[in-house]
Design a protein around this ligand. Sequence first.
Ligand SMILES: Nc1nc2c(ncn2[C@@H]2O[C@H](COP(=O)(O)OP(=O)(O)OP(=O)(O)O)[C@@H](O)[C@H]2O)c(=O)[nH]1
Length: 221
Amino acid sequence: MSDSEEDSQDKQLKIVVIGDGASGKTSLATRFAQEAFGKQYKQTIGLDFFLKRITLPGNLNVTLQVWDIGGQTIGGKMLDKYVYGAQGVLLVYDITNFQSFKNLEDWYGMVKKANEECDVQPVVSLVGNKIDLEHMRTVKADKHQRFCQENSLISQFVSAKSGDSVFLAFQRVAAEILGVKLNKAEMEQSQCVVKADIVNYSQEPVARTVNPPRSSICVVQ
Ligand SMILES: Nc1nc2c(ncn2[C@@H]2O[C@H](COP(=O)(O)OP(=O)(O)OP(=O)(O)O)[C@@H](O)[C@H]2O)c(=O)[nH]1
C-alpha cells in the first residue's frame, strides 16, 4: 500500500484548545505538533491550525486537527462555530493565574452550549499548564481535581515549556474519543521528558604538582 493510500485511511479528529489569553494554548499546540517552544508571547488572533499524526496502541494511526483558539474570542460571535462539532476539547488554564482557572466555567459553559444539539458530546480535558512554575502556583491541585470530578473531565497537568506531559494530554483525549485504553506503561512513556543536566566543570586550572612524589602504592577502587 502506498503512503498516500495509507494516509487517506487515517481517522481525523477535531480537537479544540481553549482558555484565557496567555494561558499557553499556542505553546501547547506548538510543543505537540512541532516539538518547539517560544518564550515570546504573540497573541493568537482568531484561530490557528496544527495537524499531527499519532499512533495509538493497536497500531491505530490518527491525525489530530488541533484548533488553537485565541483567548480573545470569548464572548465573540465566531467562538460557537469554532467549537461546534469538536470531538475533543482541551480546557487550558495557567496554574500561576487564578483568574484563568475561574474563567474556565465560562469557557466550559460555552463548549456545552455550542454542542448541545450534537448527538455525541466532546471528550473534555482540564489542562493545568506551566507546571515548570510550580513555585508560583496559585491554583491548588484539589480545586483542579474537584472541577474534573464535578464535570467528569480528564485531568492533566503539563508544561509547554519543558514538554512535560504535553503529548500525553493530546494522546489521552484521542484515545478516549476512540475508546482505546492506554495502559500505565504507555502513559508513562508519553509523559516523560528527557532531562539532561549540564555539568559545570570547574573552570579553575587543575593544580599541578611539580615533581610529584612517586608513590609505590596502587589503589584499585
Ligand atoms: N514558564 C512557562 N511559560 C509558558 C508555558 N506555556 C506558555 N508559556 C508562556 O506564556 C505566554 C503565553 O503563551 P501562549 O501560548 O502564546 O498563550 P495563548 O494561550 O496561546 O494566548 P492567546 O493567543 O492570547 O490566546 C508566552 O510567553 C509563553 O512563552 C509554560 O508551560 N511554562
